[in-house]
Design a protein around this ligand. Structure first.
Ligand SMILES: Nc1nc2c(ncn2[C@@H]2O[C@H](COP(=O)(O)OP(=O)(O)O)[C@@H](O)[C@H]2O)c(=O)[nH]1
Ligand SMILES: Nc1ncnc2c1ncn2[C@@H]1O[C@H](COP(=O)(O)OP(=O)(O)O)[C@@H](O)[C@H]1O
Length: 212
């Protein structure tokens, strides 16, 4: 099913800066919303249920899997994470753009269900920088950091399956690149047709079906 809204997926190894970049994007662009995932991970730092995540027990999460409530879900770093159908379908149907901040497994599942989804991978500038960001963030125990750094090797090996790759060295530059990807998608003819059809019809521009 085609939706009038654009669907962006942002993936990155833990510590690369995806949450910071998506947060900054949402502050600049009122037309983009972030999908709130469910997770069995316990809250970190100042995280609040219903804001960063819907924190769920393992039983509740598995009940949601059994009732087919997720459009995608995955086991990441030993915790379960998933995007509920409810979280995205309502927003997309309204024509707003939505960002999913999910791992590469979820990204590939989304691309299967929503071929027009735009997959964006955020890379750190180096291994040393990735480690130091995780350590300076100060939100994960050292064994968790080691596990996430080990998983980062497999995650970054998937980068070629993504539509765009942004290197998050200087934050402002990476944010500029992320904004450019979002805005370029809005300028695609098919996206324009869905959002500005009244202008196309008033200018008598023929809209061919294959772009619908
Ligand atoms: N597949 C999937 N991955 C998710 C979802 N929500 C978060 N993740 C990913 O799970 C991983 C761990 O997220 P988190 O525990 O918040 O740690 P962070 O990566 O250090 O911010 C990250 O790669 C997230 O992108 C989701 O709904 N589905
Ligand atoms: N370009 C950057 N330069 C330096 N530090 C950064 C940059 N981007 C993010 N950070 C910091 O790195 C840490 C990890 O960022 P975060 O957004 O939590 O990553 P992720 O969501 O990918 O795990 C945070 O402390 C954040 O403030």
């Amino acid at each position: 099913m085609e939706y009038p809204g654009n669907l962006f997926v942002v993936s990155a190894p833990s510590g690369a800066g995806k949450s910071s970049l998506v947060k900054a994007l949402l502050e600049l662009d009122s037309q983009v919303f972030r999908s709130i995932s469910h997770t069995t991970r316990s809250p970190r730092g100042q995280e609040k249920h219903g804001r960063e995540y819907y924190f769920a027990s393992r039983d509740d999460f598995e009940r949601m899997i059994a009732s087919n409530a997720f459009v995608e879900w995955a086991n990441v770093h030993g915790n379960l994470y998933g995007t509920s159908k409810k979280a995205i379908e309502e927003r997309l149907a309204k024509g707003t753009d939505i960002v999913l901040e999910i791992d590469y497994q979820g990204a590939l599942q989304i691309k299967q269900s929503f071929p027009h989804a735009v997959l964006i991978f955020i890379l750190p500038p180096s291994w040393e920088e990735l480690r130091s960001r995780l350590e300076n963030r100060g939100e994960d125990a050292s064994d968790v950091i080691e596990k996430r750094l080990t998983n980062a090797k497999e995650e970054m090996a998937q980068v070629h399956k993504f539509d765009f790759v942004i290197i998050n060295e200087l934050f402002e530059r990476a944010l500029f690149d992320l904004k450019a990807v979002v805005h370029s998608q809005r300028l695609r003819y098919s996206a324009q047709k869905r959002v500005r059809s009244e202008i196309f019809s008033s200018l008598d521009i023929p809209v061919t079906l294959e772009n619908s």
